[in-house]
Design a protein around this ligand. Structure first.
Ligand SMILES: [Zn+2]
Length: 433
């Protein structure tokens, strides 16, 4: 089937899936998983079928990379091909594409896609975001570290135009081109969107996209407020990993899980009913198998049905990686988890939007605060009091924020103690739908 037809089909399906009932979503997931896993339908529930598969994590997926892809390629080989594809020196006869994903921890992951999978991905993402009337000639700008055929193939539909801007080089090198392009849809990491808004070029000629999408990093509420003012539109979060296109925010702000293409189970963090790690089974991909893979992102589940009317599971936020959760003082020496959005809400008002900052925790009772601008004595005192109240920590150590390379992912909170997050993993409940 020609890719344009595939994109069209996926687009129509994604549009329709927004109105699916919960029963329709669950039936589609069960059928999808049965087909993907290749087991006979013996009437078991989806949870029972999933429980028959073992849970792996992203690290295991990397180590056993060759067993989890249909072409038996190793991670080192896939990396090489991804680098060649990036340099434009590689073309696979089967149309396979090797894309690098920007990992926060460790080297970038590689996702392998067939032409059919790319077509379905493009149709799905367009269907989730744009009505048919918004499609023709729509200019999309992608601010990405690694371009990928996953995205550039979208241009070939001739319905939308997609341009990639390489954020591994400083903003000044591409900001004028971006502003001339005047995209209707702008997609990038929140920190880059914020840095872009602070540039002189943007201040002279601000961008006014119809749709502003923030991915690859947590979209902190304080940053979302800043972006809303700068771009005159509310940014919507998009949650994507090499394990799949997991969720995208609706106009009401909830991230709806793409349950038309995957199943997400949740491993809740002990007694906290709302914080969980996703366990993903993607039944739409065949080139790379994602079966009950636990991601190391912590999400906050949304407690109420979303006002937009969608029955797809809603997340209030993707708060960050496991390593972004700090350890506060708790009872009997057990740490209390202090979540990134809780800290950001308490601290960003004190630090202000104009000051870039980072908090690191090298030991349980040591907090380091690094800032781009030296804070006033009053700011320091308020911040110390807030940190003590939230985490029970003593007064922090202060220092300057190290200059960032453009290719570095921005992390606002960095826990260095318990680097493999053993304490958090030890408190996870079994996965459940
Ligand atoms: Zn919604």
């Amino acid at each position: 089937m020609a890719s344009l037809a595939r994109i069209g089909l996926a687009y129509v399906r994604a549009r329709r899936s927004r109105r699916w009932t919960r029963e329709r979503i669950a039936a589609g997931q069960r059928q999808g998983v049965l087909q993907a896993v290749g087991v006979r339908d013996d009437g078991r529930s989806l949870q029972a079928i999933l429980d028959g598969l073992s849970v792996t994590d992203a690290g295991a997926l990397r180590r056993g990379f060759a067993e989890h892809n249909a072409i038996g390629i190793t991670l080192a080989e896939a990396h090489l091909l991804a680098e060649q594809e990036k340099a434009g020196t590689y073309r696979d006869r089967r149309g396979l594409s090797f894309g690098l994903s920007s990992g926060t921890e460790g080297p970038p992951g590689v996702f392998i896609t067939s032409p059919a999978e790319r077509a379905r991905y493009i149709g799905t993402i367009l269907g989730k975001l744009l009505a048919p009337s918004q499609l023709p000639g729509c200019r999309v700008a992608l601010l990405l570290r690694h371009d990928n055929r996953l995205y550039s193939d979208a241009s070939r539909t001739r319905l939308v135009r997609v341009r990639h801007f390489d954020i591994a080089v400083p903003i000044a090198a591409w900001v004028d081109r971006l502003i001339d392009y005047a995209p209707a849809v702008l997609i990038g990491p929140a920190s880059i969107l914020a840095a872009l808004a602070r540039s002189d070029a943007f201040e002279r000629r601000p961008l006014r996209p119809r749709l502003l999408l923030a991915g690859a990093e947590p979209l902190y509420p304080s940053v979302a407020t800043y972006l809303t003012e700068a771009y005159a539109t509310v940014p919507r979060a998009i949650y994507q990993a090499s394990e799949g296109f997991i969720a995208v925010a609706c106009a009401a702000g909830s991230l709806h899980v793409n349950e038309d293409v995957l199943v997400a189970e949740w491993q809740r963090l002990g007694a906290d009913p709302w914080r969980a790690l996703p366990v993903i089974t993607d039944f739409s991909r065949t080139t790379q198998r994602v079966r009950r893979t636990r991601l190391s992102d912590v999400v906050k589940l949304a407690p109420v049905p979303c006002p937009c009317g969608s029955h797809h599971t809603a997340l209030a936020a993707v708060e960050g990686r496991l390593g972004d959760i700090l350890y506060g003082g708790g009872e009997a020496g057990e740490p209390r988890f202090v979540f990134p959005f809780v800290l950001d809400a308490a601290l960003s008002g004190i630090m202000g939007c104009g000051n870039d900052w980072q908090i690191r925790q090298p030991a349980r009772d040591v907090i380091e605060v690094a800032t781009a601008r030296v804070p006033s004595a009053a700011e320091k005192s308020r911040l110390s009091a807030a940190l003590h109240q939230i985490g029970g920590w003593p007064a922090p150590c202060w220092g300057p924020l190290a200059p960032r390379r453009p290719e570095d992912k921005v992390r606002r909170f960095v826990r260095l103690v318990d680097p493999s997050s053993e304490i958090i993993l030890g408190r996870l409940l079994p996965p459940s739908l």
